[in-house]
Write a protein that binds this ligand. Structure first.
Ligand SMILES: [Fe+2]
Length: 425
């Protein structure tokens, strides 16, 4: 399965990535000196129409300052109208993780930013805030990037080609939760950023390989327990990032119920993501007793789609209703507006496993590296599953048709259909 070698080895050179904006300078002027920053990540937790967090590693010196605005001033930090010093600095694994929470942003707006420090200025980056009115958008969901850097980089390069609004990364970024692996993972993540510095936001979830409870908050500035939620397009879409590695009941379930209570009536599409699947499609995996506690809450409030990971296979289910009379606690309920479709189960470079545990309500499963590419529209959610093959041969999606297959892409084509559609109800 791992056929991505030559180009991947070339791409894997540490620190090889640098946006071309690094090289830009005004005519006749010396380019600004470089800041001592790296390992950039744009992070979403709450209210992404108005708020994003810029994260980076400060390699030396005092934590830098983010400068941003709606006009591209290249690397001229002082020309940007807004600036903010790191609002949180977290020493972890020997990294100085800096975070600046940029607030009061305009929805659906392009921003440009640089980071300056005592040494100089970073590359010029850009990002797009979430829309605040219902309109179609795409996002990518996947997880389990923990072992093979060539596949992980290829998948990250595919993210760059598809330019989704955000990536829901449902856990197990790394294998060993240590400094060496995070050093590599954060460098590899830079491949999601285009040559023109376009940052794709990450929505970070905790997996079992994020062994230390502090890890996800330390690298991605999430709330302490790593569960949170946000809307995109006002009432169009509500996303719930859950944590399957702590008790699903107790405080988390109370929070989940409050969220579902508050948003289920007014929201068109409710989607949840978490690491451990309720019912893995790999026989040697134990059943997801902990997350299974959410199945009734999902059904009661009509959660439309659940994104799972952990097993290193791919699967799609019918819309499911929890039932003690069903198979492993579920029955297919395709015409029930409250039923939930489950997809996943994560392979972004972790060792592939056999998809040897299909259920009567499984509509497709497979064993390959890939992620789900999802378009949310007012009338439906559509899911395509992208195979991680040679991304250098894939063209970038057009901004006018962000869900149209770019040239060179390879999609999973199970018998049940290439596109899984979940109608709004
Ligand atoms: Fe896992």
């Amino acid at each position: 399965m791992r056929t991505l070698t030559l180009w991947a080895i070339a791409a894997i050179l540490p620190g090889a990535f640098s946006p071309v904006s690094d090289l830009r300078a005004k005519d006749g002027e010396e380019p600004p000196r470089a800041s001592k920053t790296d390992k950039y990540r744009l992070i979403w937790t709450t209210s992404p129409a108005n708020r994003v967090t810029m994260g980076w590693n400060q390699k030396s010196g005092d934590p830098g300052t983010v400068h941003w605005g709606e006009t591209d001033h290249g690397r001229d930090a002082e020309a940007y109208p807004e600036s903010l010093a790191a609002t949180r600095v977290k020493e972890y694994d020997g990294f100085t993780n800096c975070f600046a929470k940029l607030e009061d942003l305009k929805p659906d707006t392009r921003y440009y930013l640089v980071i300056s420090d005592e040494h100089g200025t970073s590359s010029r980056f850009q990002f797009q805030t979430a829309p605040a009115t219902p309109q179609p958008f795409t996002f990518i969901a996947g997880g389990d990037s923990r072992n093979f850097r060539d596949v992980r980089i290829a998948a990250n390069m595919m993210v760059e080609k598809l330019r989704p609004l955000f990536v829901a990364f449902t856990g197990d970024m790394i294998n060993k939760d240590d400094a060496i692996e995070w050093d590599e993972w954060l460098d590899d993540w830079q491949h999601t950023t285009s040559d023109d510095g376009f940052l794709i936001p990450i929505v970070a979830h905790r997996g079992n390989h994020e062994r230390r409870p502090e890890t996800i908050p330390a690298y991605f500035n999430t709330p302490k327990n790593a569960y949170f939620s946000f809307s995109v397009g006002s009432d169009l879409f509500r996303y719930l990032a859950l944590n399957s590695e702590i008790p699903a009941g107790e405080k988390q379930e109370k929070w989940l119920d409050e969220q579902l209570e508050k948003y289920s009536n007014s929201t068109t599409h409710l989607v949840a993501g978490y690491h451990k699947p309720m019912r893995p499609h790999v026989s040697k995996k134990s059943e997801g007793t902990n997350p299974m506690q959410w199945a009734d809450n999902f059904y009661e409030h009509g959660l439309d789609l659940a994104l799972e990971s952990d097993s290193h296979v791919m699967k799609r289910t019918e819309a499911l209703k929890p039932s003690s009379k069903g198979h492993e606690g579920f029955i297919a309920a395709p015409n029930d507006p409250k039923a939930t479709v489950y997809i996943g189960e994560g392979c972004w470079g972790a060792p592939l496993r056999d998809n040897d545990d299909n259920k009567p309500w499984t509509i497709a499963s497979g064993s390959f590296n890939g992620f789900d590419w999802i378009q949310v529209s007012p009338d439906k959610i559509e899911v395509k599953t992208v195979k991680i093959l040679n991304p250098s041969k894939v063209k970038r999606v057009s901004p006018e048709a962000p869900f149209e297959n770019p040239e060179g892409i390879t999609l999973w084509e199970p018998k049940s259909g290439t596109v899984l559609t979940i109608q709004a109800d």
